[in-house]
Design a binder for this molecule. Sequence first.
Ligand code: ADP
Ligand code: ADP
Ligand code: MG
Length: 471
Amino acid sequence: MLKKVLIANRGEIAVRIVRACAEMNIRSVAIYTEPDRYALHVKRADEAYSLGEEPLAGYLDPLRIVNLALETGCDAIHPGYGFLSENANFAKLCEEKGITFIGPKSSVIHKMGDKTQARDSMRAAGVPVTPGSDGNLKDLNEALELAEKIGYPVMVKATSGGGGRGIRRCDSAEELKVQYPRVISEATKAFGSAEVFMEKCIVDPLHIEVQILADSHGNVVHLYERDCSIQRRNQKLIEIAPSPQLTPEQRQYIGGLGVKAAQAVGYENAGTVEFLISGNEVYFMEMNTRVQVEHTITEQITGVDIVREQLQIASGMPLSFAQKDIHYRGFALQFRINAEDPKNDFLPSFGRISHYYAPGGPGVRVDTAIYTGYEIPPYFDSMCLKLVVWALNWDHVIERGQRALDDMRLHGIKTTAQYYQQILKHPDFQGANFNTSFVPSHPELLNYSVKRHPSEVALAIASAIAAHAGW
Ligand code: ADP
Ligand code: ADP
Ligand code: MG
């Protein structure tokens, strides 16, 4: 079993990994940059080391991180999600320096991180992929020709994209001409690669993804699926497990496809295979070769601790269960509580959390790194808390979600919490009848009146008086 793990991440996922290590008697080492000096992952890990003043550079420096792991006697690195988690060079450096990278082999990350290569591998393995370009697009002319062939609407996508960025829908040749250079420039800026490719736009699909676990002994299982169709700008907001929209046959089929995809590339550790579903058609979209933000809901319905499994797999242990041993029960929802103002085009709302009161009670789980008095730094992701609820059936999980969102008090910043209440009230959500167009086709859900807690109102009045009096 691993003895000491460096966590190359921050925020809630770093805390999540510290917790798994603590339960397994594995020592944990945190890293941080100056804006994170008072962050929870720094306080909670067994050891913590500063990687300098610059907010991001330290978290993105493979050599420094691997050297620190060696210096502090770690035998493994957990990359979390985002940052270096899907950086094949980082995983390769770990391999070269004899540190276990908690994830698949660097060659697999390389293959699956490149969306066009991933599509090729899946085609070869007999997994259906979204119709589109064979590889990357050479230029606009090729894009225009191909779009005529596959038919509008089409999507132009960054080959190394992620986090919902570098994706544009084009409904006509005119739009394609405008969007094509935009995606290239976005891809270059965000991912350091100008490569783009094209897919047919699947209109109003479900985003369904399959959680995979694979050990180093050739065993691969799936932990059923998640429905992540509730998205804004191709980014997930509310995730659901299992999907309330699949038939048992579809569930079995897609789970099998996930396993097939993982087997085809010699996958190891935890991973997710993402699909789009439209009617009876299922299309492979991409594979995320890391733990996902929404792994929590799969944990709630299956009882499997995914991060613990990651650590065991990385230790060389075989999976402790077979496919037939994995069952799910009830439904789980995850709300990504972002420090954003939904009423102002979801603009980030960073600042000091003046008051935080955690929701609780039956079936409620909170994964976060915030606390009262914590200042959310502006340099990182705006997601500040994951609220997860579980209940035996669909109606109850919605009621529980409403209650838990209501329980939570998070003052000092604007968040997406109240907006989620509006989504939960909508008959199409309640009737399990939604797809990736739900959010954009219901702008009226943003017309809620902002609820302010009496203590917040008192604070606002006090500061107004103070300002007026010139205090
Ligand atoms: P998940 O697939 O787990 O739902 P997201 O797509 O929300 O994850 O991404 C999780 C985090 O990782 C976000 O902070 C996102 O910005 C970041 N991220 C994901 N993919 C990439 C990538 N290719 N390059 C840079 N950051 C990424
Ligand atoms: P990322 O790496 O940023 O997660 P994905 O390829 O997983 O990018 O796509 C993110 C989201 O964009 C999907 O969940 C879906 O809503 C939308 N999307 C991507 N490709 C298509 C497509 N071909 N047709 C329709 N929607 C798509
Ligand atoms: Mg994706």
